[in-house]
Ligand binder design. Structure first.
Ligand SMILES: [Zn+2]
Length: 336
């Protein structure tokens, strides 16, 4: 386990003694394939995609459904998946009847973008939402997650896995998780596991305590870690993510928590239940929230016009994306 990981994990073992799980073992050959794949990480490419989206804000506007230019963003995103080689790309229309971020009447419409890489076993799914609130470039919340999904999909395209892979960019996360709820309610196959990349690009010298986090021993006070949140029925997935960090991205600091199903007594409840992984937790599908907890950080740009590339941390973002890719490989049974 990583430096900071060890300290907190010790605490968590105490905290989560109900769930004595362990991570999935991988072979040396699998580890070598992951390492080789990560050596192809396209840092310049993914940063130019993020900068392009930041630049488009001034031309196309926000990724909110009242904006008719939203189709340009959708076409750009599906175009990227196509450029990586993917052909199984579908759009699932989501309807929002009672929008909360605009006085404009519903219904509003937006699409979930669903990309499949075929494989035998139940799907391992990596998700992020591509919508934003109005009047916000939304680079951390949540184009950072979208960029993570894109680069992971690009790296995974030429590799082989036991399990099917599904990459989803959800619409209407900001509107009561409508996109992921619709998907979870209508999915033809129950996923093996889901990794949610929700704000993975913002760091700060100071992490402010969240009501109750003082109860959580070891909750970091420096805003340079990634929060990794699992439920008890998602424990193996969580341990695989932490194992991936320690093995492939040891410079990434993390805070790992396994919370039992009784969310009621968890001080981070509202933080934990506010993104698309929740739609899968509600179906008891193993799912993981991976987030920078941006709202808790000094200088937070959350839902503000300052949530742009200037406040973005590309090194931090790359480390999380690398870790999520490695975790996906472990979860989906990468074939040497
Ligand atoms: Zn978000």
């Amino acid at each position: 386990m990583g430096r900071i990981g060890t300290v907190i994990a010790l605490v968590l073992v105490v905290y989560s003694c109900y769930f004595p799980g362990s991570h999935t073992e991988i072979t040396a050959a699998q580890e070598a394939v992951i390492t080789t794949a990560l050596s192809g990480f396209d840092t310049a490419g993914i940063q130019s995609v993020i900068q392009y989206i930041d630049n488009r804000y001034g031309v196309w506007g926000a990724r909110y459904a009242t904006n008719s230019n939203i189709i340009n963003y959708q076409n750009y995103l599906t175009g990227l998946f196509t450029s990586y080689g993917y052909t199984d790309i579908t759009l699932q229309q989501v309807q929002c009847n009672d929008p909360g971020y605009t006085s404009a009447p519903g219904p509003l419409y937006m699409n979930n973008i669903i990309v499949v890489k075929d494989g035998a076993g139940p799907p391992v799914v990596v998700i992020a939402h591509w919508d934003s609130v109005p009047n916000c470039p939304a680079i951390d919340d949540n184009f950072s997650g979208c960029a993570g999904v894109l680069e992971i999909a690009r790296l995974a395209y030429s590799l082989n896995f036991e399990n099917r892979l599904v990459f989803i960019l959800f619409g209407f996360e900001e509107e009561s998780l409508l996109g992921s709820s619709l998907y979870a309610d209508t999915m033809s196959e129950r996923p093996k596991s889901v990794i949610n990349l929700e704000m993975i690009g913002f760091t700060s010298p100071k992490e402010n305590p969240y009501p109750g986090t003082d109860l959580l021993m070891g909750f970091p006070t420096t805003g340079d870690f990634v929060g990794v949140f699992a439920t008890d029925f998602s424990e193996t997935l969580g341990l695989n993510f932490i194992y991936a960090v320690d093995t492939f991205v040891p410079d990434l600091k993390y805070y790992f928590m396994i919370t039992d199903q009784n969310f009621g007594n968890n001080p981070l409840l509202s933080l934990l239940m506010r993104s698309d992984h929740t739609s899968f937790w509600e179906k008891k599908v193993p799912a993981l929230l991976v987030t920078d907890t941006a709202e808790l950080r000094d200088g937070a740009v959350y839902h503000q016009t300052s949530d742009n590339y200037l406040s973005f941390d590309p090194v931090f973002h790359e480390r999380i994306t690398r870790a999520a890719f490695a975790a996906l490989c472990i979860e989906a049974g990468i074939q040497p």
